[in-house]
Design a protein around this ligand. Structure first.
Ligand code: NAI
Length: 420
């Protein structure tokens, strides 16, 4: 078996941590058990470009149990957990191409290795597999093998929708991110908690009493703001969407332009999916000692070349903390080279939310295997019955029961003549 990982000897620790995550992934475990019996993915080759974490390992186990042949590469050079990669290779015979801290060339070599596996289904987190498969340099025959793909994150879905709109998307995609059981929970509670976890692990700063600025009040930003506030931070939100800005105000946060927010900020975190949200003029205005991080998908939200231009010195002062000294003597601390902080210096989302995200991935793969001949080259939402079934399974696993509509209520809710 071909693979490229840091060290196969790390497998034992990885196995234990994969098992730990599995304890919090009951929905995925149930799907894995069903898959092992019905083998819905028999004969299908799946290339996954996802963060190589304990939760992803459990997804790979489920796909394999369903009969799929799989390969895994990283969707970010800094997010790989090397012990997990080792365990997948050694204990589960799943080829992995990922090493934490790999350089850009190796990152793309690893994606090429996944593509050369000749997948029938691609599983992306950020649309790198799809875009490389669509590039002119890639052998068109590889595209012919692909029946469909799935996409995990907001930024990837945006990229894929624009490919579909331009008429260049060459196979169907299911937007896992857009399932309610994904973004309501993963983006909000998962990113909210793990982004703070990443900032705290990298810096060990006290959040309580500090002024924390969050750029973007989307699903991720909302979760982050509410959790930072819960830890006692004074939270300021920056937005470009009037409606979302209003929502942040009504949720009790201050809203202002970034140029004003940076004057007060102790910590600034971007989570927008946009480019250069923090740039030259913001660095020029920041307080001495400001901590800057990003949790959006790509490392473009902070204009790092602009920061480098303004600086006369850069030193790594802790793991994942680079101290930039500006020409006027102020210091700015950039975390994790502007890459996803929650996956760089922490472990990413807790398994309990990834349970639902990856249940969507597994069930979407099963859906593709059954329905691909009827799918067009466009971006699909996860079928509603899959979304609803995951919510029910998760509630059941949590031991929570809810009320059922009575016949009378059902009739009332479906009628416009009753009850007035
Ligand atoms: P979303 O679309 O719900 O929210 C993004 C928000 O940012 C919107 O309200 C938009 O108006 C705002 N925005 C855009 N440009 C801005 C600017 N220049 N200044 C201030 N606000 C701006 O997207 P979601 O789901 O919150 O995702 C955000 C990013 O986080 C994406 O790149 C996504 O892929 C990524 N993501 C990261 C995760 C992680 O593990 N760190 C997990 C899930 C998503």
């Amino acid at each position: 078996m071909n693979y490229d990982i840091k060290d196969p000897n790390l497998a034992e620790e990885g196995t234990q941590r994969i098992y730990w995550a599995n304890r919090f992934m009951p929905v995925l475990a149930q799907i894995r058990e069903r898959f092992a019996k019905s083998r819905p993915l028999e004969g299908i080759r799946i290339a996954a470009c996802l963060h190589v974490t304990t939760e992803t390992a459990n997804l790979m186990r489920a796909l394999k149990a369903g009969g799929a042949e799989t390969v895994l590469c990283a969707s970010n050079p800094l997010s790989t957990q090397d012990d997990v990669a080792a365990s997948l290779v050694s204990d589960y015979d799943i080829p992995v191409f990922a090493i934490k801290g790999e350089d850009t060339e190796t990152y793309y070599d690893h994606i090429d290795a996944a593509i050369n596996f000749k997948p029938n289904i691609t599983m992306d987190d950020g649309a790198d597999l799809v875009s490389i498969l669509h590039s002119a340099d890639t052998d068109e025959k590889l595209l012919d093998n692909v029946i469909a793909g799935t996409e995990e994150t907001t930024t990837g879905v945006i990229r894929l929708k624009s490919m579909a709109n331009d008429g260049v998307l060459k196979y169907p995609i299911i937007a896992v991110n857009d399932a309610k059981t994904k973004h309501f929970f993963d983006n909000r509670y998962g990113t909210g908690q793990s982004t703070l976890d990443g900032i705290i692990r990298a810096t060990n700063v006290l959040i309580s009493g500090s002024t924390v600025v969050v750029a973007g009040y989307g699903w991720c930003g909302r979760g982050f703001a509410s959790r930072a506030s819960g830890l006692g931070a004074n939270v300021i939100v920056t937005e470009v969407n009037p409606l979302t800005a209003l929502e942040a105000i009504m949720d009790g946060f201050r809203v202002m332009p970034m140029i004003d927010a940076v004057k007060e900020a102790d910590i600034i975190c971007t989570i927008t999916g946009d480019i250069h949200v923090l740039r030259h003029e913001h660095f020029e205005t920041m307080k001495d000692g400001a901590i800057v991080a990003n949790s959006g998908h790509f490392n473009v939200e902070i204009d790092i070349p602009a920061l480098e231009k303004l600086s006369e010195n850069k030193v790594t002062v802790r793991n994942f903390v680079d101290e930039y000294t500006l020409k006027d003597g102020r210091k700015i601390f950039l975390l994790a080279e502007g890459r996803l902080i929650n996956l760089s210096s922490a472990e990413g989302h807790p398994a309990s939310v990834m349970d639902m995200s990856f249940a969507n991935q597994a069930l979407s793969a099963e859906y593709i295997a059954k329905n691909y001949p009827n799918m067009e080259n466009q971006v699909y939402v996860v079928p509603e019955q899959i979304d609803a079934s995951i919510a029910s399974l998760k509630l059941k696993a949590l031991g929570v029961e809810i009320d059922q509509l009575t016949d009378e209520q059902q009739e009332y809710l479906n009628s416009w003549t009753m009850g007035t």
